[in-house]
Design a protein around this ligand. Structure first.
Ligand code: ADP
Ligand code: NI
Length: 219
């Protein structure tokens, strides 16, 4: 193993230790899929491997919906990265990416601009929210948060800020597709990710058509 690979392995171990207890759809299997996809896109886009995979491993560790004190975790991550000999620029870039890539951040008036490595990780994270796995995660999240499955009288919300996005009072699992999941394909940064997203999007449309037909007892 060269030095970069060793550092990536240690970041993997740190992330595993932090993420393996989560049961909201952000458990470690999500992290591993995002890393794998980020690696695939990174090879096409030729981004730095340590920054891209490091940020992919760490992107949810200090997420404000998963931990009470994200700032404390961010400083823990910084200390850890320093301890495995990343330099300050590398640490800053990874922390900037993990701090700014989430969908909820992109709902703000001035969505943060990401480096190409950051865009790759963001695409990989978004790809995991769509397609068959994305459908499963939405249902899993909806169940964990006691969301209604479907209610045709509740219309999807058109425009949401971050607080509204996190308010689940009138949320339904099916509406989440219209409020977020079906929007992700056109939000992809890289052409590699967009291609994969188009296929997954098609599958979500088929799922929604079937679901509504069954709901109406048409099939
Ligand atoms: P991010 O971490 O990028 O902000 P989210 O927290 O929005 O992402 O989403 C994490 C996972 O939970 C995704 O798969 C997403 O589709 C799902 N999810 C988020 N909000 C809802 C919701 N209201 N209903 C169902 N699933 C949701
Ligand atoms: Ni994620």
């Amino acid at each position: 193993m060269n030095n970069t690979e060793q550092q990536i392995k240690l970041i993997h171990d740190f992330s595993y230790q932090k993420m393996s207890a989560d049961h909201t759809g952000h458990n470690f299997d999500h992290i591993e899929r995002v890393v794998k996809m980020a690696n695939r896109i990174s090879q096409q886009e030729k981004t730095d491997k340590l920054i891209t995979l490091g940020a992919a491993y760490l992107h949810d560790v200090a997420d404000d919906k998963l931990v009470d004190d994200p700032a404390k975790l961010e400083s823990e991550i910084r200390d850890f990265l320093k301890s495995i000999q990343l330099d300050n620029d590398q640490i800053d870039e990874i922390m900037y990416i993990t701090h700014n890539l989430s969908f909820s951040k992109s709902l703000s008036k001035n969505p943060p601009k990401l480096s190409l490595a950051g865009q790759v990780v963001q695409d990989a994270d978004r790809l995991d929210a769509i397609g068959a796995i994305g459908i499963t995660r939405a249902i899993y999240y909806g169940g964990a948060n006691a969301e209604t499955i479907y209610d045709p009288t509740i219309k999807p919300r058109e425009k949401m800020n971050k607080a509204e996005y996190r308010n689940l009072d009138n949320e339904t699992i099916i509406n989440h597709f219209y409020e977020k999941l079906l929007k992700l394909t056109s939000m992809m940064n890289t052409t590699t990710a967009k291609k994969i997203a188009l296929h997954r999007q098609q599958f979500m449309y088929e799922f929604l058509n079937e679901f509504k037909s069954e709901w109406l007892s048409e099939i």
